[in-house]
Design a protein around this ligand. Structure first.
Ligand SMILES: CC(C)(COP(=O)(O)OP(=O)(O)OC[C@H]1O[C@@H](n2cnc3c(N)ncnc32)[C@H](O)[C@@H]1OP(=O)(O)O)[C@@H](O)C(=O)NCCC(=O)NCCS
Length: 161
């Protein structure tokens, strides 16, 4: 495991978080134009800040000891104490080193503190990396929702605590 700090992001981190996350989201080539526009909007500093207003612990970042953001995760306490994992992004150069797992575990601790008993998320069916990651992290495939997000299929996943 590399030397990272994982913590809840503050308002002042959001410009750097957006700068980190936007190019990674843009590289995800399987989204249609409308979905991609939405994804980019979600990664804007304005929207990331808005997340913090809803839930103060909803944006998690991983930072190197030099202060560079290399990971970002967003999640929300949803209805009925079910936590929604929205985004998990790791810098290409830091993948497969345990960073995604560490951020996910951090989010799960938050979710538990917030009274949640499970976490769920979706992936695009073409996102092979993410599918391998979520399976490895103990998520169970709930099923495929056809023509769901901006008309695209999505796979839903869940993990109970
Ligand atoms: C998905 C993603 C967040 C994984 O992050 P990561 O830091 O590389 O994951 P980790 O190193 O913590 O891996 C955790 C486990 O998953 C496995 N895993 C992760 N990526 C994998 C891959 N591409 N193929 C096979 N296994 C993989 C690891 O081997 C590890 O297993 P282990 O605990 O048995 O060693 C990262 O690939 C990413 O940022 N992808 C682009 C953005 C994206 O698509 N996000 C998901 C949609 S929101």
């Amino acid at each position: 495991m590399h030397d990272f700090t994982i913590r809840i992001a503050a308002k002042k981190d959001m410009a750097a978080a957006s700068k980190f996350a936007t190019p990674i989201v843009k590289e995800l080539g399987f989204y249609n134009k409308e979905q991609m526009a939405r994804n980019i909007y979600e990664m804007s500093a304005k929207e990331l800040k808005a997340n913090l207003k809803i839930y103060r612990d909803s944006v998690i970042i991983a930072i190197t000891k030099e202060g560079k953001i290399v990971g970002l995760l967003t999640h929300f306490v949803g209805l009925n104490h079910v936590d929604w994992l929205d985004w998990i992004l790791v810098d290409q150069r830091f993948r497969k080193k345990g960073l995604g797992k560490a951020m996910l575990n951090y989010a799960i601790q938050n979710a538990k503190r917030n009274g949640c008993h499970k976490i769920w998320c979706d992936t695009d069916p073409n996102n092979k990396q993410a599918i391998k990651f979520f399976k490895r992290m103990g998520f169970r495939k709930i099923g495929i929702a056809r023509k769901h997000s901006f008309g695209q299929d999505v796979i839903f996943w869940e993990r109970l605590f």
